[in-house]
Write a protein that binds this ligand. Structure first.
Ligand code: AP5
Ligand code: MG
Length: 206
């Protein structure tokens, strides 16, 4: 099973990807998490990416495409993978198509007025990438691995508005792209977390 999760910032891609990847026993590959790991490890790639991420801009296509192309050749992707946050431009989608075929693109649809609230209350695990919301989880450490949760630098309000604008301009056209490929499944992401998971599984015929 090879899946793509599409959706605006804060739609719940990471939250749902974790559940769906576990269910199908496939690798969960979040390009945002990969870039944040590069920043934490102070690599040259991380240093270059940080400037884009902090402004809410996309990291250049060539960097991301090379990263994903290499990542999906690893052992943990043999049974399949779920790409969370890639592709994000038509150039990335075309590159992906040139090196592998995906089965479905799941579009998590959430009204834009909900997104800022979701993002501003988000707390992340630096180690396993799990996302929590202060309204649903009051602890300060990760339920899964115990690490101390943190707030992402790009979750500041002014950056969030730019991320939403960039999504509309560069990523939203992928909805039509995957619809034309007959691979698009759109689910209502404006429901409780469990209900969204059910909708995705139903859409995938599982
Ligand atoms: P990335 O990390 O991918 O961020 P994003 O796309 O902006 O999406 P988010 O991670 O913010 O949201 P999400 O949809 O995963 O939501 P979550 O599940 O956490 O990318 C960050 C940056 O990296 C980009 O801006 C760019 O610079 C760079 N980058 C990454 N990939 C790139 C690429 N391919 N090309 C170029 N640049 C790239 O949920 C959000 C919150 O809502 C949480 O608090 C959660 O608990 C809560 N929540 C989730 N579901 C629900 C629900 N159903 N009801 C209520 N609350 C919910
Ligand atoms: Mg995410």
């Amino acid at each position: 099973m090879k899946l793509i999760f599409l959706g605006p910032p804060g739609a719940g891609k990471g939250t749902q990807a974790e559940r769906i990847a576990e269910r199908f026993e496939i690798a969960h590959l979040s390009t945002g998490d990969m870039l944040r790991a590069e920043i934490r490890n102070a690599t040259p790639l991380g240093a270059a990416a940080k400037a884009y991420i902090d402004r809410g801009e996309l990291v250049p296509d060539s960097v991301i495409i090379d990263m994903v192309r290499e990542r999906i050749t690893r052992e943990d992707c043999k049974k399949g993978f779920l790409l969370d946050g890639f592709p994000r431009t038509v150039v990335q989608a075309e590159a992906l198509q040139s090196f592998t075929d995906v089965d479905f693109a799941v579009n998590i649809d959430v009204p834009s007025e909900r997104l800022v609230k979701r993002i501003s209350g988000r707390r992340m695990c630096p180690d396993c990438g799990a996302a929590y919301h202060v309204s649903m989880y009051a602890e300060t450490t990760c339920q899964k691995c115990g690490a101390v949760l943190y707030q992402r630098d790009d979750d500041r309000e002014e950056t969030v508005y730019n991320r939403l604008k960039v999504y509309t301009e560069k990523t939203a056209p992928l909805i039509a792209y995957y619809e034309a490929e007959e691979k698009l499944i759109t689910v209502n992401g404006d429901q409780a977390v469990d209900a969204v998971t059910e909708s995705i599984l139903k859409g995938l015929g599982a």
